[in-house]
Design a protein around this ligand. Structure first.
Ligand code: ATP
Length: 336
């Protein structure tokens, strides 16, 4: 999909399994909304195909695709109460009164809004409005549910509750769902597959665990989760030396510049001297809730960040300036 000369979605190809819950994760401007809008039929691709339940749908109108769409900003009908909002798509289809009654009742139960039938959108909280929007989108039994930053405008606590709610909803409804988010925690927590997008392309497709533990590209390593990174070169065959650390790497030439990433959670810190461990000094510690962040000096101005569970930190009695021993338990290497 191009806007003028600019490729907003560039050569993207993927397959959603029926019943899956998939996150489209990427920074602002990476093409997530454009991709979603093309699937919905709100934007026409310049090339390629969109296939829905096995049928070519590229040239179908939005109304012919049987897709549910929820936007970031509540697009409820302000002059209609909750019941009428949810019933809207069914009335348009001229479903029977009984069918409408049963389906709306079922959906309000599914989104935990029984008893709110007569309220108008301005009498609901932001989270409740988004749940009505989801119920309304699900009413005509769409093949696919598309959500564009559905919780983007809500505060952190409500977002958290809605994540749990969405997981439960998906377990009960089994509708193939694709949701856009730029929030990695949301993507990692809720989805069973993540598509990571950057500059109009898909960088990686995988389960949350694959994306987090085995980033396929530098972009994914930096965008998803926190990382330390080290720029160095391969000094001997399969070996990168960085101060006191030795990294065994494969698939790079001697002399090649590489960037090594490792998670703060993959830094092991202990006050006991153990084999192969590097000595470091605790420069600074920062409380992060469940974890403590330690800024470690490993000599000659080289610094790394470690996250250790708060309980481990308290039990070990670490102090600023203390000498500790560190090891890196997992890392990834990319050529530069
Ligand atoms: P965000 O998270 O900020 O919504 P996004 O990943 O959803 O970002 P898109 O909205 O898909 O990104 O936009 C992708 C790129 O295409 C952006 O650079 C945007 O400026 C551009 N773009 C989107 N819609 C149009 C349009 N109608 N005309 C011109 N350029 C557009």
């Amino acid at each position: 999909k191009r806007f003028g000369n600019f490729a907003a979605v560039d050569n993207v190809s993927f397959n959603l399994e029926t019943g899956s819950l998939v996150a489209l994760l990427g920074p602002s401007g990476s093409g997530k909304s454009t991709l979603l809008r093309m699937i919905a039929g709100l934007e026409i691709p310049d090339g390629g195909e969109i296939i829905l339940t096995g049928n070519e749908a590229t040239h179908l109108s939005a109304g012919e695709r049987n897709i549910g769409f929820v936007f970031q900003h509540y697009a409820l009908f302000k002059h209609m109460n909750v019941w009428d909002n949810v019933a809207f798509g069914l009335k348009m289809r001229r479903e029977s009164k009984q069918k409408i009654h049963d389906r709306v009742t079922e959906l309000l139960k599914l989104v935990h809004l029984e008893g709110y039938e007569r309220r108008f959108p301005d009498q609901l909280s932001g989270g409740q409005r988004q749940r009505v929007a989801v119920a309304r989108a699900l009413a005509p039994e769409p093949h696919v549910l598309l959500l564009d930053e559905p919780f983007g405008a809500l505060d952190a606590k409500v977002r958290d509750e809605l994540r749990d709610w969405m997981l439960q909803l998906h377990e009960e409804s089994h509708v193939t769902t694709l949701f856009v988010t730029h929030d990695q925690h949301e993507a990692l927590e809720i989805s069973n597959t993540i598509l990571v997008m950057n500059q109009g392309r898909i960088e990686q497709t995988g389960t949350p665990l694959q994306i987090f533990d085995h980033p396929a590209t530098q972009f994914v390593a930096e965008f998803v989760g926190e990382s330390n990174f080290i720029d160095a070169s391969v000094s001997e065959e399969n070996l990168v030396l960085w101060g006191p650390f030795k990294f065994v790497v494969k698939g790079f030439r001697v002399g090649q510049n590489v960037r090594i990433y490792f998670r703060p959670d993959d830094v092991y810190v202990t006050s006991e001297e153990e084999t192969l461990q590097v000595q470091a000094t605790i420069n600074r510690s920062r409380f992060r809730g469940a974890a403590m962040e330690l800024d470690l000096d490993v000599g000659n101005g080289r610094r790394i960040i470690a996250h250790i569970p708060k309980g481990v930190f308290l039990a070990s009695g670490f102090q600023l300036g203390q000498k500790v021993y560190v090891g890196i338990t997992a890392f990834h290497t990319f050529g530069r």
